[in-house]
Design a protein around this ligand. Structure first.
Ligand code: AR6
Length: 179
């Protein structure tokens, strides 16, 4: 299931199946794997990914690091760490989530990535609300759309897919065409 908005593709599916230059991982600070999309990426990529991740020395919230894709179809994995929405000691969570996307796009550009796929960063275990996560994901995709051949925003649940789609459709009637 997918809908194209110029070169931004909102789709429902498993990000580990995509044949792109880079998929983005919703990791944690250790970069040593976990559940959710992180677990799925490590399971499919195989032990080589974990080995390379061990050498990276972790990753701070909002930052991004790149590895190869190993047994994945994707050539690279960009690992970023979303803010835990339930962490009341963090007062700039939306900005930190935006940093995840921006730093991932910038790192992708530096590494010659032309096709990139994002999951719904933070919107699982870390409990980023749908309306914040979708808005930040879509607005940053629009901002970077001219610099990539294709940007896939990959939703795993029907609810996220529908929400992204509605957000984009409503927005498109305003100014996506003139960006
Ligand atoms: N393909 C695409 N999206 C997926 C897949 C998949 N195969 N599997 C899950 N999702 P989460 P977070 C969606 O929890 O909230 C991990 O343990 C999922 O439905 O994976 O950033 C890490 O190690 C949700 O919409 O990441 C961290 O400790 C989205 O991916 C922590 O979870 C993100 O959910 C990070 O939490």
């Amino acid at each position: 299931m997918e809908r194209d908005f110029n070169n931004i593709i909102i789709m429902k599916g498993d990000i580990t199946d995509l044949d792109v230059d880079a998929i983005v991982n919703a990791a944690n600070e250790s970069l040593l794997g976990g559940g959710g999309v992180d677990g799925a990426i490590h399971a499919k990529a195989g032990g080589g990914l974990l080995e390379e991740c061990r050498k990276l020395g972790g990753c701070k919230t909002g930052e991004a690091k790149i590895t190869k894709g190993y047994n994945l179809k994707a050539k690279n994995v960009i690992h970023t760490v979303a803010p835990r929405w339930y962490d009341y000691t963090l007062n700039n969570k939306e900005e930190l989530l935006q940093n995840c996307y921006v730093n991932s796009y910038e790192l992708a550009k530096k590494n010659g990535v032309k096709t990139i796929a994002f999951p719904c960063l933070g919107m699982g275990v870390f409990q980023v609300p749908q309306e914040v996560g979708a808005k930040v994901s879509i607005e940053t995709a629009i901002k970077y759309s001219k610099e990539f051949e294709k940007i896939y925003l990959v939703c795993f649940s029907d609810s996220d897919y529908e929400y992204y789609f509605e957000y984009m459709e409503n927005r498109e009637t305003t100014n996506i065409i003139d960006r």
